[in-house]
Design a protein. Structure first.
Length: 271
């Protein structure tokens, strides 16, 4: 099965497995994370994993909304675009796709640096780390990237190197339903693909806003699970981006992606 078919499974099937992992992995990090450690500036990536990722991904900055950011992704020129998914040794590489919600968030932050400048930012479900990278590029004072996949954490370190940035702190602990952290801004893209996970996100984000007055920005291209969820009535559209043709083709014809604010009562000033 080509990776194109694998990606369809991400969109409709295997994402359910990933959602279950988010729901069930509460508290401490996985065994793999205990081996790999918690990354911060200067922490190295396991040489074997680094070699595998460098051999089986392509460095690209085209076909998406943020040509300023270079990323290691799976593309049609990569071996695993054509190989059977089961041959990939590290679990489903959701991080190796630059999803449209994350693209919109990253574009918005790059175009409006005052959204993050001098602020602490949590990138929830960071994946390839593009939105966290955009926050660093735009002057955030503190950035934490969070994803439950330890290989995503390693890929983020490589992507920081590509963009000449010191790696930001990365954790794979599932922090949904944990104590609300003192973040100025939480950003999350493409996370509303499962109803139960969406319910957990809705509750936790609402708690963060109530306790810490955190601002929340959500990137989503208009998936049914997002538009039909009760959170939708509490959001305000910030900006909508037309997706590049390549991203449209790789996302079943989705034509645009939107940044939403989860604090509709707060007015936003232009940067």
């Amino acid at each position: 099965m080509a990776f194109r078919g694998w990606k369809r499974l991400f969109l409709v099937g295997r994402q359910n497995t990933f959602a279950k992992a988010w729901r069930s992995r509460k508290g401490g990090p996985s065994l793999c994370w205990k081996r790999c450690g918690h990354w911060s500036a200067g922490k190295s990536v396991d040489p074997e994993v680094r070699a595998f990722l460098e051999e089986n991904t392509e460095v690209t900055s085209s076909g998406n909304l943020t040509p300023e950011i270079r990323l290691r992704l799976l593309t049609p020129r990569c071996r695993f675009w054509r190989e059977k998914p089961d041959l990939w040794p590290y679990g489903d590489p959701f991080w190796a796709i630059y999803w449209p919600g994350g693209q919109a968030l990253s574009r918005y932050i790059l175009d409006n640096p005052c959204v993050v400048k001098g602020r602490s930012v949590l990138d929830l479900g960071s994946g390839c780390g593009a939105t966290a990278i955009a926050a660093v590029m735009s002057g955030a004072s503190q950035v934490l990237a969070n994803d439950i996949d330890p290989i995503a954490g390693m890929a983020m370190v490589l992507n920081c190197e590509l963009n000449h940035l010191n790696p930001f702190p990365i954790t794979i602990k599932n922090i949904i339903n944990s104590e609300a952290g003192n973040w100025d801004l939480i950003v999350l893209g493409d996370m509303f693909y499962d109803e139960q996970l969406a319910d957990g996100l809705h509750h936790w984000l609402r708690t963060c806003i109530r306790i810490q007055q955190t601002e929340v920005l959500i990137g989503d291209p208009g998936r049914h699970q997002f538009l039909s969820h009760s959170i939708r009535s509490q959001l305000r559209k910030v900006i909508e981006y037309s997706l590049p043709e390549y991203t449209r083709q790789e996302n079943n014809g989705l034509t645009s992606s939107i940044v939403w604010s989860y604090q509709p009562s707060n007015s936003s000033e232009n940067c």
